[in-house]
Write a protein that binds this ligand. Structure first.
Ligand code: GLA
Length: 399
């Protein structure tokens, strides 16, 4: 049984334990790997992620009152709130809710608001029970949080008859993450989880939210995406992520543009003169990374996936040296994978831990994985979790 199939069974079983009934349905949404375009989303720039074949499942049933109860395999204690109280909880009193439950409750809060904005009386939205189980590893930089948000949003959209678009559901997920959880993230993860397609990446303009589905052709080219979860876990609601974001906003202000998206590599000489070295290097990362995304999509279309290896490597070097969000474990994973024959490799996600990805020939996967494991052991690092992922479909109803 795959991890996602187990999550499907677990979510339904958990729902039945909680309520004594069978769920009305179950919905699921995937985690994501970002192929390239890191820390560009909240700078209104470009990203190129894909949804992965590991999903979070929400088994959902309606109640005859106006309360919402959530339970998950992360925590045996359910959390229950009146729908009418969600507005009072988020964002001001979010600390009263245990952290994992802020994701699904935050989505319910954001969707209730979206329903109100669309002219619907929130009192017409009925109570729900939601049981969550996830096959997306938590803290690995594969966006287990967007998977929870996507599964919950897709379920509530159907159960409440909201008829919101996938982009609107992604926005509700980001709002949950920003205001209910308190992590100042962009919208890449939610968009990838909502819009993913088998064998394809989502080329997204984070300013217009226009998304193009781009064929990746990995299977045809005999390539696999290997994930090295360093098991050094990260949290974006604390510290470094917010600092990086603030440095980017400072850089844009100094350059007199609305967002770093509005600069090109030709502006970097001027930027260097106008700002301190740290801010400049943050800006240089984002500006060159936006360009790498555009180059990657163009090259992929023209020459196929083997042609993007150098861009993956350059992206990693920039995150290590300019943005300074890599870790010794991520650097070792990337360097070892490259030396062992990967076409390209980079850390993926927000950084400060989490996972690296490597684009590897199908025939070399075992060799590259073994090389990374051996290098971690030799360096005295904890054993990484190494596995392959496949570009997969976004959020949907399962049954
Ligand atoms: C996290 C955030 C995203 C994005 C990445 C970095 O995954 O959730 O919005 O900013 O980090 O690219």
């Amino acid at each position: 049984m795959t991890a996602t199939a187990s999550a499907q069974t677990d979510a339904r079983d958990l729902f039945t334990e909680l309520t004594g009934a069978v769920p009305a349905g179950s919905w699921s949404a995937p985690g994501r790997v970002n192929l390239i375009g890191e820390h560009t989303d909240y700078n209104d720039g470009f990203v190129f992620p894909f949804a992965i074949d590991a999903r979070t499942v929400a088994a959902v049933g309606v109640r005859d009152d106006r309360r919402i109860r959530v339970i998950s395999t992360f925590d045996p204690v359910p959390v229950e709130v009146a729908l009418a109280d969600l507005d009072g909880l988020f964002p001001a009193h979010r600390d009263e809710i245990v952290e994992w439950a802020r994701y699904p409750l935050g989505v319910a809060w954001a969707l209730q608001d979206a329903a109100r904005a669309a002219g619907r009386d929130p009192r017409s939205l009925g109570g729900v029970d939601i049981a969550l189980a996830s096959a997306v590893p938590v803290g690995a930089g594969l966006s287990s949080s967007a998977a929870i948000e996507g599964a919950t949003a897709t379920a509530l959209n159907d159960v409440w008859g909201l008829e919101l678009s996938p982009v609107a559901l992604a926005r509700a997920g980001r709002r949950a993450e920003n205001d209910a959880v308190g992590a100042p993230t962009g919208i890449m993860d939610q968009m990838a989880s909502m819009l993913g397609r088998a064998d394809a990446g989502i080329f997204l303009d984070c300013r217009s939210l226009e998304a193009e589905v781009v064929d990746l052709g990995f299977t045809r080219a005999g390539l696999e995406v290997l994930v090295v979860d360093t098991r050094v876990s990260h949290a974006h609601s604390t510290g470094g992520y917010g600092e990086r974001r603030a440095a980017c906003e400072r850089g844009a202000r100094i350059m007199g543009v609305p967002a770093l998206r509005d600069l090109t590599p030709a502006d970097l000489d001027r930027a260097r003169e106008l700002m301190d070295d740290v801010t400049f290097r943050r800006v240089r990362h984002v500006v060159t990374e936006d360009q790498r995304v555009l180059d990657a999509v163009r090259l992929l279309r023209a020459e196929g996936p083997r042609s993007i290896g150098g861009l993956l490597d350059a992206s990693h070097a920039s995150m290590r040296d300019n943005f300074e969000i890599s870790t010794p474990e991520l650097d070792l994973a990337v360097d070892t994978a490259r030396t062992a024959g990967a076409v390209g490799a980079r850390m993926t996600g927000g950084g400060f831990g989490g996972a690296a990805i490597a684009l590897v020939d199908h025939a070399r996967v075992a060799e590259v994985a073994a090389a990374v494991e051996a290098a971690f052991a030799a360096a005295g690092f904890g054993a990484p979790h190494v596995f392959t992922v496949h570009p997969s479909d976004g959020a949907h109803r399962d049954r």
